[in-house]
Design a protein around this ligand. Structure first.
Ligand code: ADP
Ligand code: MG
Length: 558
């Protein structure tokens, strides 16, 4: 039986591309620029095997030409151009990617420079244009061609006179509609912004004649419009540069340019991985709590690039919540993108990258703690709470990973200390890691409950954050030492203490019974205590929940 080929209903397909694939209209420019960059790359690859061709990078560029009068935006490239057949195959058939074919035909395995793969990006032009004209001449053809389409009604191809190899795509920009502002795509400022956002790291210059108002020569307050050709993109991404060529200042500039924060980052992490999944990343540990950090509006995530083209502004999967303050970007050639190139197809590669990144962030924080204690304390004061939440969250899954990043104020050291430091100072007879909770260090210091522990010469950690005790309850122990609240019933200090207390209580039975009657429900018991030194009474918690924690728990809605 004869097999029939599926026929795609081009018009419907085109409608889909125009209306459903992309979430944002401005993406059309990213797609056209990516195609232009691919076209230049193809000359580069051709030159590698064709002796008659030389590739001088400086001859190749992309140029944007907005024209408000004519309502056109033209994207010019000096790339490989298209033959008549290529125009028919690549622009006449939706979902046919000449770039994909080029990669496989030329066996460019790490054809990672070439961006195109799905064969739909070009049609994004119809999101903003009523009519698209392509003028092109292929490096392999004597003749130039013009391809014209108004979208759904098909296209025409006619020969034209054209000298130079390369392609020019002329978009006739739609008229504004009620809520849709298309005029903006004729504005220099908008175009600059879109290029910066998505195409900043395209390897070839993206140029535009920019009109700027400048002080007239010889005058002090007269301005004139000056037109000058500017390159809009940075081209070489900092993350592809050699670490040894970069200074701290370069990274800080990048941080500020990218508006990751208004502070000075405490540390940067520059990662180049050439393993199972290849990627580059630059991450920052901020000095201050990021803007809006503790509000619902705050979105964690790293910028995600594929081949230097921005795919996602905030890829949340790359950061665990407890490191949600980290800023930066990841660029990988190995991501499987979905058709809109706005999302990922599989997250296997992403998972590997994420895991790797967690490790690096932790290492950096530990090294900051080790080598630049003051900076670490700055960090911890701003963001330590997040680490504590991390210990507590997900049923303590990450506690081992995070415990060494914790700092608490110490009664004996009078400064922030790590658990490791605490344990290393513990005298042999000390059974537990002691802590006391309260509103402030000053208040905790005055707590009668701390007295007996302090008298023994033991160090006490002061918990002033509500989350502290929850985190510690999740940890349970550190280096086999259990945590114990100073208000706990059993401090493990003297074995015979309990016996003596019992005798004392019995001998003052009458007094205690009277007190209990007066206090009623407010207390469970009144008894003699061996813990007090200078204070007459102490409130003590039953079991191992401290008074502070009881307060928090009682304040929680049922
Ligand atoms: P993709 O880039 O994913 O292949 P597009 O729809 O963006 O899909 O483009 C389809 C094809 O048209 C490209 O693969 C390429 O062969 C061709 N093409 C598009 N723009 C240009 C250009 N500026 N120069 C040369 N060829 C181009
Ligand atoms: Mg494309």
């Amino acid at each position: 039986m004869a097999k029939h080929e599926f026929k795609a209903e081009s018009q419907k397909l085109l409608d889909m591309v125009i209306h459903s694939i992309y979430s944002q209209r401005e993406i059309f420019l990213r797609e056209l620029i990516s195609n232009a960059s691919d076209a230049i790359d193809k000359i580069y690859y051709k030159a590698l095997t064709d002796d008659a061709l030389t590739f001088d990078q400086s001859n190749y560029y992309i140029k944007l030409i907005p024209n408000k009068e004519k309502r056109t935006l033209t994207v010019v490239d000096t790339g490989i151009g298209m033959t008549k057949e290529e125009l028919e195959d690549n622009l006449g058939v939706i979902a046919k990617s000449g770039s994909h074919t080029f990669k496989s035909e030329n066996e460019i395995k790490d054809g990672h420079d070439i961006i195109g793969q799905f064969g739909v990006g070009f049609y994004a032009a119809f999101m903003v244009a009523d009519k698209v004209t392509v003028l092109t001449k292929s490096i392999d053809s004597e003749e130039g061609y013009q391809w014209v389409s108004q979208g759904s009604d098909g296209y025409t191809i006619t020969p034209i006179d054209r000298e130079e190899v390369g392609t020019e795509i002329i978009l006739e920009i739609k008229e504004n509609e009620e809520e849709d502002n298309y005029d903006t795509f004729l504005e220099e400022a908008t175009l600059k912004q879109i290029v910066k956002k998505y195409s900043d790291f395209i390897r070839y210059p993206i140029k535009m004649d920019v009109t700027e108002s400048k002080l007239k020569e010889g005058t002090e307050d007269e301005y004139e419009d000056v037109i000058e050709e500017q390159t809009l993109n940075t081209m070489v991404p900092i993350w592809k540069k050699n670490k040894s060529e970069l200074t701290d200042e370069d990274y800080t500039n990048f941080y500020q340019e990218k508006r990751y924060g208004f502070d000075q980052p405490l540390r940067h992490i520059h990662i180049n991985v050439d393993g199972a999944v290849r990627y580059n990343a630059i991450l920052f540990i901020p000095e201050q709590t990021p803007f809006n950090y503790y509000s619902r509006e705050y979105e964690k995530g790293l910028e995600l690039y594929s081949n230097g083209v921005l795919i996602m502004e905030k890829c949340a999967d790359l950061l665990p919540d407890y490191f949600s303050f980290v800023k930066g970007m990841v660029d990988s050639e190995d991501l499987s993108l979905n058709i809109s190139r706005e999302m990922l197809q599989h997250d296997r590669q992403l998972k590997i990258i994420a895991k790797n990144i967690h490790k690096k962030i932790k290492q950096q924080l530990l090294s900051l703690l080790r080598d630049e204690r003051e900076k670490y304390e700055t960090f911890f004061k701003a963001l330590g709470q997040q680490i504590k939440f991390g210990v507590y969250s997900d049923f303590g899954q990450h506690k081992e990973e995070l415990q060494d990043l914790l700092l608490f104020y110490s009664s004996t050291e009078k400064k922030l200390v790590t658990l490791e430091e605490y344990v290393s100072r513990m005298p042999e007879d000390q059974k537990y890691i002691y802590y006391a909770s309260g509103d402030s260090n000053e208040r905790i210091e005055k707590l009668p409950q701390t007295e007996i522990v302090a008298d023994k010469g033991y160090e006490i950690l002061y918990f002033t954050d509500e989350v502290d005790e929850f985190a510690i309850k999740m940890l349970m122990q550190y280096q086999d030492k259990e945590f114990r609240s100073v208000s706990s019933g059993d401090l493990g200090i003297e074995a015979d203490e309990k016996e003596e207390e019992k005798e004392e209580t019995e001998s003052h039975n009458e007094l205690f019974t009277a007190m209990k009657e007066v206090l009623g429900d407010k207390v469970k018991d009144v008894r003699a205590s061996k813990r007090l030194k200078s204070h007459p009474v102490v409130l003590s918690a039953d079991g191992d929940i401290s008074l502070e924690m009881e307060k928090i728990i009682n304040a929680m809605p049922d």
